[in-house]
Ligand binder design. Structure first.
Ligand code: HEC
Ligand code: HEC
Length: 303
């Protein structure tokens, strides 16, 4: 009887705690943020029509900071000098037209910090004289964008300047060089130099952003897809006041980036999904065999 009373008290308090804490945990610690499917409803679509040819003539102003490797335009500074100057390396623009939303870009070029909902110290200055210029430049970026880009290229263009991905062997200054430790060659020296440069870059980046952006190697395991989608669409919706800018990717652009994050954070997913049914099939066959064996063992013994 006493045990029953104790049980009742325990159950009562467990339920009260659950009832009180669970909704709190959901609404505050995991608040639900509604996504907008990367439509950016707060940005008005531009009514002017861009002219790619004019855009090509205007792109020289961007090339003062950005490379466009697919068009043979080299970066004016190497990555270390760029990070010392801006706090972050301006991304290569070869794929910009493929992953960033058109109306976002047109607004962004005229007013970058505001459009990206970034801090006032945002390193990209307003870079288009007028809405027409912005539309022309964006038309040009679209015209040079490849039809198909890889998940990694999408990640590098949109996230790679701030977020390392160590399982993908990506650092903010590029891929980790493929070198074997070999004292006879100078490879280990090269690797050590590379690591020092990564540390220097991260130092500048942390100064610029207020903190070092996290390594995204296993983010797909730590966060749901819904979280990542709504966070990338508008970081402020989850972390008011955060320094991470809204980068303005399209829905397809996000899917590519997610594919890359999944490939580093959960590389065995495809394999697991393939192996699952085989394991289940094996269990069924095993159960049937065990049953038949059981039958054969008892055969003739029962009565
Ligand atoms: C003074 C140097 C400078 C100039 C000039 C400049 N940019 Fe940038 N741009 C940057 C830097 C730095 C960043 C990265 C800022 C950050 O992530 O905090 C950036 C970011 C970007 C991005 C990434 C946007 C995103 O949402 O992630 C695009 C696209 C871009 N610039 C396009 C352009 C174009 C097009 C021009 C020319 C019209 C241009 N930039 C001119 C420095 C510059
Ligand atoms: C200009 C730098 C910059 C770029 C570009 C950038 N981020 Fe971030 N990101 C940050 C910073 C800074 C933080 C830390 C935010 C904080 O704690 O306030 C962050 C945090 C995050 C987080 C952690 C959120 C959490 O609470 O778990 C995720 C996920 C993330 N970024 C994903 C991305 C993805 C995906 C991209 C590319 C589409 C991207 N970021 C582009 C700077 C950046």
């Amino acid at each position: 009887m006493k045990e029953l009373k104790i049980l009742a008290v325990v159950v009562f308090f467990t339920l009260v705690t659950y009832w009180g804490v669970e909704p709190y945990a959901h609404s505050v610690m995991h608040k639900h943020v509604e996504g907008h499917d990367f439509k950016y409803p707060d940005i008005n679509a531009s009514k002017v029509k861009g002219n790619a040819q004019n855009g090509k003539n205007l792109i020289a102003s961007c090339a003062g900071c950005h490379s466009i490797k697919s068009q043979g335009i080299k970066a004016p500074m190497d990555v270390m000098n760029a990070s010392a100057t801006y706090g972050v390396n301006p991304p290569d623009l070869s794929n910009a037209g493929a992953i960033f939303d058109e109306k976002f870009l047109i607004a962004f070029l005229q007013n970058p910090a505001h459009t990206a909902k970034a801090k006032p110290n945002f390193a990209m200055p307003p870079s288009a004289g007028s809405e027409q210029d912005a539309a022309d430049i964006v038309a040009y970026l679209k015209s040079i964008a490849p039809k198909e880009i890889t998940p990694k290229e999408a990640y590098v263009t949109a996230c790679g300047r701030c977020h390392a991905n160590s399982y993908g062997k990506w650092t903010q200054i590029g891929d980790v060089p493929k070198t074997k430790f070999n004292i006879k060659t100078k490879n280990d020296v090269k690797l050590a130099e590379f690591k020092i440069n990564v540390a220097k870059y991260q130092d500048k980046l942390a100064d610029y952003m207020g903190k070092l952006p996290p390594d995204l190697k296993v983010i797909v395991r730590a966060r749901s897809k819904h979280f990542l989608e709504t966070f990338v669409e508008d970081p402020q919706s989850h972390l008011p006041g955060t320094a991470m800018p809204r980068v303005g990717v399209t829905k397809e652009g996000f899917e590519k980036i997610y594919e890359y994050l999944e490939s580093t954070g959960d590389p065995s997913k495809a394999k697991r999904e393939k192996v699952g049914p085989i394991v289940l099939g094996f269990l069924v066959i095993f159960a049937i065999l065990a049953f038949l064996w059981y039958k054969s063992q008892w055969k003739g013994l029962k009565d």
